[in-house]
Design a protein around this ligand. Structure first.
Ligand code: 5GP
Ligand code: ZN
Length: 114
């Protein structure tokens, strides 16, 4: 746990953030500044800075994140209508919280191919 990391604080229960889903490895909660009607963050409990810092040994964790996203989509009722999964990797791509997270966006109509 990194004490100056907001997502470590959330994972550790140090805020009143509600978890939509949680298991031994990941938690899922709503983004505080949503970019879509449903905007969730899938966050590993363990602090990893970004996708760049993942190792071969983290392959099960990445799979767990995607499966947690699928379950959260089901729980939010957007699995059939559809959703986007997105990693922002490092500053130039828009990453601002440097604790690995997967965005789940749903509930709006995106342009064809957008
Ligand atoms: P990034 O830009 O790093 O890929 O995404 C970080 C996301 O975390 C942003 O969409 C931002 O709104 C969200 N976020 C930042 N701080 C908090 C917080 O304290 N609580 C919640 N729920 N979301 C946060
Ligand atoms: Zn962290």
């Amino acid at each position: 746990m990194e004490t100056d990391c907001i997502f470590c604080r959330i994972v550790g229960g140090g805020t009143d953030t509600e978890f939509i889903y949680q298991d031994e490895e990941v938690v899922v909660f709503r983004d505080i500044h949503p970019h879509a009607p449903v905007h969730l963050l899938i966050v590993p409990r363990r602090h990893v800075r970004s996708v760049n810092d993942l190792t071969e040994a983290d392959a099960p964790l990445v799979a767990r994140m995607i499966l947690a996203a699928r379950e959260a989509a089901r729980l939010q009722g957007v699995d059939a209508s559809g959703y986007k999964l997105l990693f922002n990797v490092e500053w130039g791509a828009g990453q601002r919280v440097f604790h690995l997270h997967l965005h789940l966006l749903a509930g709006k109509r995106w342009a064809e191919g957008g």
